[in-house]
Design a protein around this ligand. Structure first.
Ligand SMILES: [Zn+2]
Length: 370
């Protein structure tokens, strides 16, 4: 049992080199695979990044196209991936990242290759690791675009964590660790507690900033002309109910946000996440050109093989869940009993109750089972 009173005292919190101690501890277990392991040689992708700070690197992946790829094992300044599209007349930046310093890092990378005015930045969805650095854009007069529900969902999900006592906020998660009936259940509950502890710390060290340019989903897809470079913004179901992708059809490049976890277990906890919707979205990605390059929300840049792999992960979760359902295992128990197969044993699991657990309970719900 963790004694929360021994948690992050304010002094330790300030003294810590990373404000996100709990995340840092967890993220050290999440190494980023080398680029060569995922896409091999693709003439569009520069083997040398324009900048590499450890926690993230930025490299050219097309004409005016850049990908920011985070390595959470080396720090949490950015945590998620992003990138930017630099046309002749305008630039579109992707993601607010976990910290304003993360958004600033990406802006500096942009300015090392282009002085074209920024048209906008876009949060691909509302989750903290994509939006908590938004204040950087506010402070720099950069219009911030996102799905119309993003502002409300940031407020609804993250303001309640601010000004709350940490022990009180985390009590339900600590109780699950204490009450666990098996080692597996205890480990799952502990991984959830670690994740929520990190989220609590991030929320309490962040000045929240909201998108000021809502994208009405009824008016998507829409095409943005950046001058010799056109991007299509599109909303698709699956991960958060607020997901927007940025597609560059002329170059077969897609910035997927978290609709793609490359070489990771997918994060399915969101109340608006749907497994069937997500699998339909992945089928759409699979139907794109065979040379499509995907910049995922987490993990390494990939081609269609990365889409095939995440579809296999969903297939495996669904197959194990279905077997348990047929054997009469109730949803809650099934969500703890999934076994990671050998071929996915190196896939990071952000936290059990944010990935595999809810994928199974959501599948059960889709089948009308309990
Ligand atoms: Zn997300």
């Amino acid at each position: 049992m963790i004694d929360l009173s021994q948690g992050f005292s304010r002094r330790r919190f300030i003294a810590h080199t990373s404000c996100f101690g709990a995340f840092y501890a967890a993220a050290q277990l999440i190494p980023l695979p080398a680029l060569a392991e995922t896409i091999g040689v693709d003439s569009r992708v520069s083997q040398t990044p324009i900048v590499d700070k450890g926690f993230a690197s930025v490299r050219k992946i097309g004409n005016g196209l850049y990908a920011t790829i985070s390595d959470p094992s080396k720090g949490n300044t950015t945590l998620c991936n992003g990138g930017f599209l630099a046309g002749k007349d305008g630039v579109l930046l992707i993601e607010g990242f976990t910290t304003a310093a993360g958004a600033s890092f990406q802006m500096d990378a942009l300015r090392s290759v282009s002085q074209v005015p920024v048209k906008a930045a876009v949060d691909t969805h509302y989750h903290f690791d994509h939006s908590m650095g938004n204040a950087f854009y506010g402070a720099n007069g950069v219009p911030l675009w996102a799905h119309a529900s993003v502002a409300k969902r940031i407020v609804d999900n993250y303001t309640p964590l601010q000004g709350t006592d940490q022990a009180t906020a985390l009590a339900p998660y600590a109780k699950r660790v204490k009450d666990a009936k098996s080692d597996a259940e205890r480990q799952h509950a502990q991984s959830d507690l670690n994740a929520v502890t990190g989220l609590f710390q991030v929320a309490n060290s962040t000045v929240l900033a909201l998108p000021n340019h809502p994208l009405d989903p009824a008016k998507l897809p829409t095409t943005i002309d950046l001058g010799g470079l056109s991007a299509v913004l599109e909303t698709l179901p699956g991960h958060s109910g607020t997901d927007v992708i940025v597609r560059v059809p002329e170059q077969n490049v897609v910035y997927t946000g978290d609709l793609l976890f490359s070489g990771w277990y997918p994060v399915c906890f969101d109340e608006q996440a749907t497994v069937s919707g997500w699998r339909a979205t992945l089928a759409k990605f699979a139907a794109l050109d065979k040379d499509t390059l995907f910049v995922p929300g987490h993990g390494q840049i990939c081609g269609q093989e990365g889409i095939a792999t995440i579809r296999e992960v969903f297939d495996d979760i669904a197959a194990q869940a279905e077997k348990m359902h047929k054997a009469g295992v109730p949803a809650q128990e099934a969500s703890e009993r999934y076994v990671v197969p050998d071929k996915f044993k190196n896939f990071p699991i952000f936290a059990w109750g944010f990935t595999i657990g809810p994928a199974i309970t959501k599948l059960y719900a889709e089948w009308g089972a309990k």
